[in-house]
Each structure stands twice: as C-alpha cells, then as structure tokens.
Design a protein around this ligand. Structure first.
Ligand SMILES: NC(=O)C1=CN([C@@H]2O[C@H](COP(=O)(O)OP(=O)(O)OC[C@H]3O[C@@H](n4cnc5c(N)ncnc54)[C@H](OP(=O)(O)O)[C@@H]3O)[C@@H](O)[C@H]2O)[C@@H](O)CC1
Ligand SMILES: [K+]
Length: 568
C-alpha cells in the first residue's frame, strides 16, 4: 500500500519538517527542482544530448545552434518557485530557457521569491500571457509550474490561454514538445482529481475538461502521490506519474504497511507495495486468499449463497456464484425463483442450485453454516428483492458479531431501496459490503453524488456514505474507492500501468461481488476491509491478464492464471 496525501496533509508535513529544523524550505525546493530535472532526463534520455542538425528532429527544428530549449511557466506560489529552480538547472546543462511568470514577483512566497530573484538577476522573465508565450521560440520541453497543491479556485481564463499557447507537441510534422508538470498539470485539483471551471466542478462522469488544461506527458510529484493523481480526470491528464523523494521524513511508509488497518484520516493506494518496496504477490494479496494458505474441509472455506433473478435474468447471479467458487469459497449455492430452476440447472454443475419461493422460505435453503451472501445482481427492483435483502441482513450471530454472515449487496439489491435508503441502513451491519456503481450510489446517497457534493472528493463522499450505512462501501470505477465507518479508506486505481479499460463491460461488477463474497466467507478469511481491497486488485489483475476483448465471464476463467502468476 502507498499512502496518498492531501494538499493539507502535505503542507502540514512540510511545515513540521521545516519547524523541526531538519531542513529549510529552500533546500526542499532545490531537491524538488532537482527531482524534476532528473525525472525529465530519465524519461527522455535523448534530451540529454544536444540537438544536432544531422538528426531529423534537429533539421525540422531549424536550429541555429545546437542548444535544447525549454519554456518554463511559473505561477505565484512555491510551484512557481520550483519552476525557477528547474530553469536554473536546465540552463546550467547548456539549455536555452525562456521563463514566464503569472503574478507579481514582489508577492511570491519567500523561497519562491529567492529562486525568482536569483534567476531574474541574470535572465529575463516575461509575463505569463498567451501573446508572450506564442512569441517565444518553439521549445523541446514545456515545464508547467503554475499551480500545484495550492490551487484554490478555477484557473483564470488568461492563464488557461497562456498554458495552452506553448503547444502540446502533437502537431504533425513538427518536432515533439515534451510537457512536464510540476506536482500536477495546472488546474487539476490534487485532492479531488477534478478540473474546475468558473461555473463549478466538472462532472467526472462526462469525462470532459477545459481543452486548455494541457495534458502532461510526465508529472513529477514529491514525497508521496496525491489522491488527485489517481481520481477522476487525474490519470488522463498526468501522463506518466513519477514520485520523487525530497527527504521529508514522516511516517508515510509505516502508514502504508500491508496488514495494518487504514488510518481514519489517510487514504492508501491498493497495490502490492510494503514500506515503499514491491511485495511478492504470494504475500499480498496471497495472504488474504484463505484457501491458498490453509488446507481444510470445504466448510472451513465458507458456504456462499448467491441470489439469481427470474427467468432469463440469471446470468448476473451465475457469474457472481462462479467467481465466488473460483476464488475459494468451499461451497456456493445459487438460489432462484422456482420458474427459473430449469434454466439455471442447464448452466450449473459445481455451483449448487435451490429454488426458493420467497423470503419466508429462505431458511429452507440456507442453514446456519452459510457464511456469505451475494444479493442484488439481476434480481429486479421490487418488494420481493427488498424482502430477501432484509431477511439476509437479519441473519446475525448474536453477540458473536464477527461471525455474522458477510452480505455483499449490489445492483438491484441497492436500487430497490432508492425511495427510502434509511430503511436499508437500519439493517446493514459491519459485515456488509455495498458495491454500487455511480448510479446506484447516487440513488442511495443523493446528497453525496458528484452533481451535489460540490468540492468534496469521491473519497470523502464514500467515507460519509460508509458512516451513514455502518458498513464497508466500495464505489466502483476506474478509481474504485473503498471506505469503512470511521474514515478508513483506500483507493484502487486501474490507471497508468494498471489501466484496464476493457473492464468496463456488462457483468464485471457481478464478478467483483462474487470475488468479495468468495474471499470473505471463509472461516479463515482476514479482516473484511483488507479482503475487499484484495478482491478489487484481483478483479483488475484478471482483466489485465486477459487483455482486450474481455467479457465478464472471462474474468473468472482467467483467475487461476492470475493466482498461479502471483505464486500461489
Ligand atoms: N509542500 C511541500 O512539501 C513542498 C512543496 N513544493 C512545491 O510547492 C507547491 C505548493 O506551493 P504553494 O502552497 O505555494 O501552492 P501553489 O500551487 O504554488 O499555488 C499557490 C498560489 O497560487 C494562487 N492560486 C491558487 N489558485 C489560483 C487560481 N485559480 N488563480 C489564481 N491564483 C491562484 C494562490 O493564491 P491565493 O489563493 O493565496 O490567493 C497562491 O499564490 C507544490 O505544489 C510543490 O510544487 C516543493 O517546493 C517542495 C516541497
Ligand atoms: K503545475
């Protein structure tokens, strides 16, 4: 796990470190600038060589001399200060550097001011406006150091225009312009992953952003990644993400330890990383896959009951059931209305099958040894579904609440309570996992939906929802957020080198519900929150392993390969 720090947490850490006397702000800024410069040359080693007219790139650039050229766009805070450090370091490497500043140099914060003054003593600094940027020679590299974690409001239109004026290097027949963003592409909110327009937050559902927030090819951030690098529009805007160590102490590594519960006020990225180092998959998530670690009777690994819909609507339940069985449940039973029995019997072998007329008959098919339920996929929005959900949630183990069966509530099991979400939350308990997509989440928590939550991040929205429902909530997406009551939260991102766009396919969510139930229903399962994190990771891993062309059924069939691949 890797800890993600909000802007306020990053600032507090920097302040504490400076106040302790361990480091000065100027030294941190120097390290940040150096980190960006090192990352640039690691990403584009060709930039370390001078331009030569012999190369295609050099000839096209029509260079009068062999110097590489950078355009450094600086803002009114310390992000701009980093920009002036980068400008100085590139110049020291023989580059021609044009610098632009938004704002009044006299009002820069002290460390940024010091680096500005040092640079400006020998070099011109132009005002950051589109006309000036367009007039400057075409660069090899644009450094976006206008706004970082200090962005507090939408980017002013004149800055938007200036940011776009340098070009994005994608024009045909011209040498590439690489674009590096310091901390983030300016305009991206690092707490929320959203780009704000004057009129308020852009709805991430529509995936649009002002054309003038220029996408970076490389984003270099400091000490720790921030939620906005992984949420919403962040991954689409950041390009490649690099995190550089600037020697800030803190306890980020400990907080990101595998096996510890998430801190209430922190967010962690779900990945096989421990204390900053990659972990073998057999340790994480392997340790959370009970069947891989413990021999035992099939009942030791739990009995999962999955509800299926009526005639012609059983596919979702069947996929969830098969996923639960594959990932390790000892037994899985699909229950369906009597009319759908024949259809399901034709499609199932290892998964057992029982018909049940109504909630009052549930006891006939599910005894006390049932340790997990998946309820909702394909069931339809109805009073019947509500009745089943209530009867499943009412099955409690008395004082021994750690033995309450795990209940994974998904799809219609959630939507059936849209008219009165409170009537669901009266029943949900700590062993429940709600797995909504954005639409289902908005039905249960309308005030926390993207259109209504304003500047609140998706992470804080899911935390608030988990508090309200008193259970674990996993809000699906390429940026999946998992939270539990009390504030513990993590983010699972199918982004950057873990992008799996083909996972957006019908039925993938049903498989995830089955994986969660299959992993958590074992009597030997780990902490429920940790198991949900592992299920989210395995789900994406199966999609990545299968690759393009994936349909939901493939996820389950790919799972054995994934499990073998992580050394189980
Ligand atoms: N923390 C650390 O450990 C380290 C941090 N480092 C670097 O510092 C960066 C953070 O610096 P920062 O706090 O000065 O914030 P930054 O992003 O430069 O912007 C603040 C300025 O922008 C202004 N402003 C904001 N929004 C605006 C808008 N829409 N339109 C117009 N103006 C707007 C805002 O004005 P105000 O809101 O105060 O009116 C203020 O003047 C961080 O990203 C990293 O690069 C590194 O050096 C290493 C260690
Ligand atoms: K920036």
């Amino acid at each position: 796990m890797t800890e993600l720090l909000t802007a306020a947490q990053m600032r507090a850490l920097e302040r504490a470190e400076i106040e302790s006397g361990a480091v000065t702000g100027l030294a941190l800024m120097e390290r940040a600038g150096q980190g960006v410069v090192d990352a640039i040359f690691a990403q584009w080693p060709e930039l370390a060589a001078p331009l030569s007219a012999d190369t295609e790139e050099g000839a096209a650039a029509d260079v009068a001399q062999s110097r590489r050229r950078a355009m450094v766009l600086c803002g009114p805070g310390n992000n701009g200060g980093d920009g002036f450090v980068i400008a100085r370091m590139l110049k020291a490497r023989g580059w021609a550097v044009d610098t632009f500043l938004y704002g009044d140099p006299a009002r820069l914060p002290p460390d940024a001011r010091a680096n500005h003054d040092r640079w400006a003593a020998e070099n011109p600094v132009s005002l950051l406006v589109a006309a000036n940027v367009q007039r400057a020679p075409r660069p090899d590299l644009i450094v976006d150091a206008v706004f970082g974690i200090g962005l507090t409001r939408p980017v002013p239109p004149e800055v938007d225009k200036a940011l776009a004026a340098g070009g994005d290097g994608r024009a045909a027949n011209l040498p590439a312009i690489r674009r590096v963003a310091v901390d983030c592409p300016s305009g991206l909110n690092l707490d929320t992953g959203m780009v704000q327009r004057g009129g308020g937050p852009v709805d991430p559902d529509f995936g649009r952003w002002p054309a003038t927030v220029s996408m970076a090819d490389l984003t270099v951030t400091f000490h720790s990644p921030k939620p906005g690098h992984y949420l919403g529009q962040g991954p689409a805007l950041c390009g490649v993400l690099k995190v550089v160590d600037i020697g800030l102490g803190g306890d980020a590594l400990e907080r990101g330890m595998i096996g510890v519960p998430p801190d209430a006020d922190r967010v962690r990225l779900v990945e096989p990383v421990h204390m900053g180092r990659p972990l073998p998959g057999r340790i994480w998530p392997g340790a959370l896959i009970a069947k891989a670690r413990h021999a035992g009777h099939k009942y030791d690994h739990g009995h999962v009951v999955v509800f299926a819909g009526g005639v012609g609507r059983g596919g979702a339940g069947r996929m969830a059931a098969r996923a639960a069985l594959r990932v390790g449940a000892g037994l899985v039973t699909l229950v369906c209305p009597p009319a759908a029995l024949q259809e399901n019997a034709c499609r199932l072998d290892a998964v057992m099958l029982r018909a049940v007329r109504g909630p009052e008959h549930l006891g006939d098919v599910a005894d006390d040894r049932v340790t997990g339920f998946v309820i909702g996929p394909g069931m339809g929005v109805s009073e019947r579904t509500r009745g089943f959900v209530r009867s499943v949630l009412a099955r409690r183990a008395g004082d021994r609440d750690w033995r309450d069966p795990v209940v994974v509530l998904d799809a219609d099991g959630l939507s059936s309570f849209a008219a009165d979400p409170k009537s669901l939350f009266e029943w949900t308990h700590a062993r429940c996992v709600l797995t909504p997509h954005d639409g289902e989440f908005a039905r249960l928590f309308p005030d926390l939906a993207p259109s209504r939550r304003g500047a609140m991040s998706k992470i804080d929205a899911v935390r608030a929802a988990a508090d309200r429902a008193g259970c674990v909530i996993l809000l699906k997406g390429a940026d999946t957020v998992i939270a539990r009551p009390g504030g513990g939260a993590s983010l699972h991102a199918a982004a950057y080198d873990r992008a799996a766009p083909w996972l957006a396919t019908a039925g993938a969510g049903d498989v995830l519900a089955g994986l969660i139930a299959g992993l958590s229903a074992s009597g030997l399962a780990g902490d429920l929150f940790n198991v949900v994190e592992a299920a989210a990771w395995l789900h994406v891993e199966a999609a990545r392993s299968f690759g393009p062309g994936l349909i939901a059924e493939d996820l389950t069939e790919e799972l054995p390969k994934v499990l073998r691949g992580i050394g189980l």
